[in-house]
Design a protein around this ligand. Structure first.
Ligand SMILES: Cc1cc2nc3c(=O)[nH]c(=O)nc-3n(C[C@H](O)[C@H](O)[C@H](O)COP(=O)(O)OP(=O)(O)OC[C@H]3O[C@@H](n4cnc5c(N)ncnc54)[C@H](O)[C@@H]3O)c2cc1C
Length: 471
């Protein structure tokens, strides 16, 4: 391996060795599509792998893992490329790129969908909606099924059908030694426990099998924007409303600024707002009735609520997250409750971000996702009533330091209102290392280390929220 300028280059013979045993494209710096393919979602991470292995299936994944291990390469695994910490790519190593593995197959009768490890939620929704079915994914359709599911998976179906991991029936994965393994409740059950929340630590998942539910084709979407100054009055009403809301309704409250786009009157542009967002996944007309009280809490700046196709709801935020264009720093903390004191503490930072595009989200938990046993999966935090996520989003690199400083300060100020713990998929830059991972997994940490010792004792897969082996 040699370094040429800022780029590490593998010996040509090595690359040819991989190509000989690989069906997909193998890209190295200088190849025509290399610069396009290496881009990941977060513009903060402009990384240049020495080789990109664009896998077409399990055999390619096995070949790439064996190649990486044998040649002692740094390994990044890319699914949808949305990880804010940029772990889907690396400098100088190999990117095991699953983004061409987007196959989705629906078994309508059994209500099961199988998705390849690089599929996005848009891929899954598109195929499952042919049959009026869906599973629990995220709220942006371009996010990868892989990373989102392996960390837990929060979306609009969480109160009715749980987290993404609560719907996983089985996975197929390639371990660090290049072995193909299946995991489910009945096969490699401990590994199955670990992959449901433990991230990409144990291998490369080539396919996920999820349980499906009848959803759509139309659902009721609630998106009502009130002036941020009203948050002190509105948030307690929303909290109380959600205490008795039907489980078909999953809801989050967002602090955001009205986007400066031509579809919205210029007078409202950049106005800070508190948005009550919700989706009712049962009969749409019933949902319209259920969310009506949320739409009558004052004079809204905007009310985008409507009955709409499930696939439209799932893609509604996509335009705000173009690939490789914006900068992201998402970080989270669980909240013990959303009482008046907590609301008072979070309002100043939520209302006055350093740049208007910063999003602050209060994810309401409860329902199905909170009924799953605390130790049934590796995921932690089901019993918390709310997750606060501070989603730093900005365009000008000159704002990087102040947005990150703001996010850290905000979360530090909220520490007294947190029972501890955070969502591993909103890990900022993962800069706290092992401390962050231990905070995310709490009492599950040692059990995850034992699994890591078994499946990846040399820590081949360490570009992730890393569970370090102890052997
Ligand atoms: C715009 C945006 C919206 C988001 N919305 C949500 C949301 O609604 N709900 C939510 O819960 N989270 C959400 N997230 C967070 C998201 O879950 C994580 O960023 C997640 O890591 C993204 O997965 P990915 O496959 O797209 O990312 P990648 O960067 O491709 O992968 C992230 C990591 O996951 C692992 N990985 C990915 N695929 C595989 C695989 N097949 N096998 C093994 N390991 C794999 C690897 O360790 C990799 O480093 C959002 C993030 C962004 C940027």
């Amino acid at each position: 391996m040699v370094a040429v300028g800022e780029t590490t280059v593998l010996a040509e013979a090595l690359v040819q060795g991989l190509k000989a045993n690989f069906r997909g494209a193998v890209l190295v710096p200088g190849d025509a599509s290399y610069d396009e393919v290496r881009v990941i979602s977060n513009a903060m991470h402009d990384k240049r792998p020495a080789v990109i292995a664009r896998c077409t299936g399990t055999a390619d994944v096995i070949a790439a893992v064996n190649f990486a291990r044998t040649n002692h390469l740094l390994v990044a695994v890319r699914g949808g490329g949305h990880n804010v910490a940029g772990t889907g790519s690396c400098d100088g190593g190999i990117m095991i790129d699953l983004s061409a593995m987007t196959g989705v197959h629906v078994d309508e009768k059994a209500r099961i969908v199988r998705a390849q490890g690089g599929a996005t939620w848009g891929d899954v929704d598109r195929e499952t909606q042919v049959f009026g079915l869906a599973t629990a994914g995220g709220v942006v359709s371009t996010t990868g099924v892989g990373g989102l599911t392996l960390g837990g998976g929060l979306g609009w179906l969480r109160r009715k059908y749980g987290l993404s991991i609560d719907n996983v029936l089985s996975v197929e994965l390639v371990t660090a030694n290049g072995e193909f393994v299946r995991a489910s409740e009945t096969e490699n059950a401990e590994l199955f426990w670990g992959i449901r929340g433990g991230g990409g630590n144990f291998g490369v998942v080539t396919s996920f099998e999820f349980r499906l539910h009848p959803v759509g084709p139309n659902v009721m979407f609630c998106g009502v924007w009130y002036p941020a100054e009203d948050a002190r009055r509105i948030l307690p009403i929303w909290r109380k409303f959600m205490e008795s809301a039907p489980e078909e309704l999953s809801s989050s409250a967002f602090f955001w600024s009205v986007p400066a786009i031509p579809e919205i009157p210029a007078a409202l542009h950049n106005r800070r707002a508190i948005i009550l967002g919700a989706v009712y996944c049962g009969a749409a007309e019933e949902g319209e009735r259920v969310v009506q009280p949320l739409r009558e809490l004052g004079a809204p700046l905007l009310d985008l609520s409507a009955i709409m196709p499930w696939t439209t709801v799932q893609a509604a935020f996509d335009p705000f997250f173009p690939k490789g264009k914006r900068h992201y720093y998402f970080k989270s903390r669980y909240l013990s409750n959303l009482n008046d004191e907590t609301i008072e503490a979070l309002i100043p930072n939520s209302v006055n971000p350093p740049v208007p595009s910063v999003l602050v989200v209060l994810w309401n938990y409860g329902g199905a996702m909170s009924r799953v046993g605390a130790d049934a999966t590796a995921f932690m935090g089901r019993s918390a009533p709310f997750l606060l996520s501070v989603d730093g989003i900005w365009d000008d690199p000159a704002d990087t330091d102040r947005v990150i400083a703001y996010s850290r300060r905000f979360l530090a100020e909220m520490e007294p209102y947190s029972p501890g713990g955070l969502y591993v998929n909103f890990a900022g830059l993962g800069e706290e290392g092992e401390k962050l991972v231990q905070a995310a997994y709490g009492s599950h940490y040692d059990r995850l280390v034992a699994l890591k010792n078994k499946y990846d004792p040399t820590n081949l897969f360490h570009l992730n929220q890393n569970i370090r082996p102890s052997v």
